[in-house]
Design a protein around this ligand. Sequence first.
Ligand SMILES: C[S@@+](CC[C@H](N)C(=O)[O-])C[C@H]1O[C@@H](n2cnc3c(N)ncnc32)[C@H](O)[C@@H]1O
Length: 223
Amino acid sequence: MPTHQSLSGTSDDALLQRMVKTHPERYGDAYWKFFDEHVAPYLPSRPTMIDLGCGPGLFLRDLGQRHPQATLYGYDVTPAMIAHGQQLPPTGANTTLAVHDVAAQPLPHAAGSIHLLSMSSVLHIIDEPWPVLAEIRRVLTTGGIFLLNDWVRQPLETYLAWRRDVMGESEAESQRRGFRLFPVHNKYTPEDWRWLLAKAGFAIRHEAELRASHRIFVTTPSG
Ligand SMILES: C[S@@+](CC[C@H](N)C(=O)[O-])C[C@H]1O[C@@H](n2cnc3c(N)ncnc32)[C@H](O)[C@@H]1O
């Protein structure tokens, strides 16, 4: 099965460095304002939370600093990502990071035990989303939150310009990487995401476009 890395032509280390470099802009003030308004009010005082496809672990670190009473889990299929997260300074929160392929293994958590599961720029990579979405639904508490933040389809011209102007790629690099990654990043429209979520048994409580390339959905198991 092709991996994200093989599709993007990016080594594990290069993807790791890119994730670390772009973290502050991806998880800046707008993100945390959204989180504090639309996610935090649904969490208990000592929540258990998962970041699925956690990359270098920086979102979990930020979450642990903001919610020191939390128990946090980060899972990623790439060992280098988990190794990076494990060497970050501890926060107040009790944090566990582990290598885990969500497309191949069930989550190591009991049904109804997780208050928030976040998945950011990961679900578009998964070939078959249904089993993963069913597994997320299984582990969430009643009223728990599945926070899906992922790429939405853009016109080719807009996407290539975005890589150049926002990602800071050179013209040559934005063309080279842009054409290779266009089908990966431009797989789903916002309507596709809404349809997928509804079919998988999630009701959308709120959604927003914090960055032109992405849409974020605050959802909860329906019914
Ligand atoms: C674009 S990065 C996003 C990382 C992080 N969520 C962030 O926003 O910084 C996608 C991550 O998904 C991970 N990933 C891809 N397929 C996966 C799978 N089947 N199970 C777990 N993690 C996966 C990759 O290793 C990579 O770290």
